[in-house]
Design a protein around this ligand. Structure first.
Ligand code: IDP
Length: 140
């Protein structure tokens, strides 16, 4: 059975453009409950740990620099079928390919500065949520 939680970040481009509130509103209107949330900023080293799975990809260093270039919002979201439904809500990695009405279509600037992160599996949602939040910083 699919887990009912996923993990998201509002990335530096969207935070910096003042779109965090509009994005969180879309998330809640799509039926997700925010069960943990914080504003924070990654160092390049921490971004490197978060995205370690992409270490061999050509965009890895740029991605780590970009993700540490400004504040972000990290959050854990709850809904039935959370991982899959949230990936649908955010749209394709490249905003040029993202469906109309998706968060990335509306707010992303480029394939790198693409407004939001969404976990790609239940296992990664758990790992990524634990990267940012202790048990005391989330709804049980
Ligand atoms: P996803 O975030 O849609 O799951 P991934 O392939 O896991 O996409 O890539 C992680 C992040 O790395 C993307 O959200 C984006 O910020 C960045 N990224 C992915 N592909 C590229 C690329 O070709 N050039 C630059 N940045 C990229």
């Amino acid at each position: 059975m699919a887990s009912n939680r996923t993990f998201t970040m509002i990335k530096p481009d969207a935070f910096g453009a003042g779109n965090s509130g509009a994005i969180l509103k879309m998330i809640e209107e799509a039926g997700f409950k925010i069960v943990a949330i914080k504003a924070t900023q990654l160092t390049a080293e921490l971004a490197g740990k978060f995205y370690a799975v992409h270490k061999e990809r050509p965009f890895y260093n740029d991605l780590c620099n970009y993700m540490s270039s400004g504040p972000i919002i990290a959050a854990i979201l709850e809904k039935d079928n959370a991982v899959e439904d949230f990936r649908k809500l955010i749209g394709a990695t490249n905003p040029a390919d993202a469906a109309e009405g998706t968060i990335r279509k509306l707010f992303a600037k480029s394939i790198e500065a693409n407004a939001v992160h969404g976990s790609d599996s239940d296992e990664n949602a758990e790992i990524e949520g634990n990267f940012y939040f202790s048990q005391f910083e989330r709804v049980l």
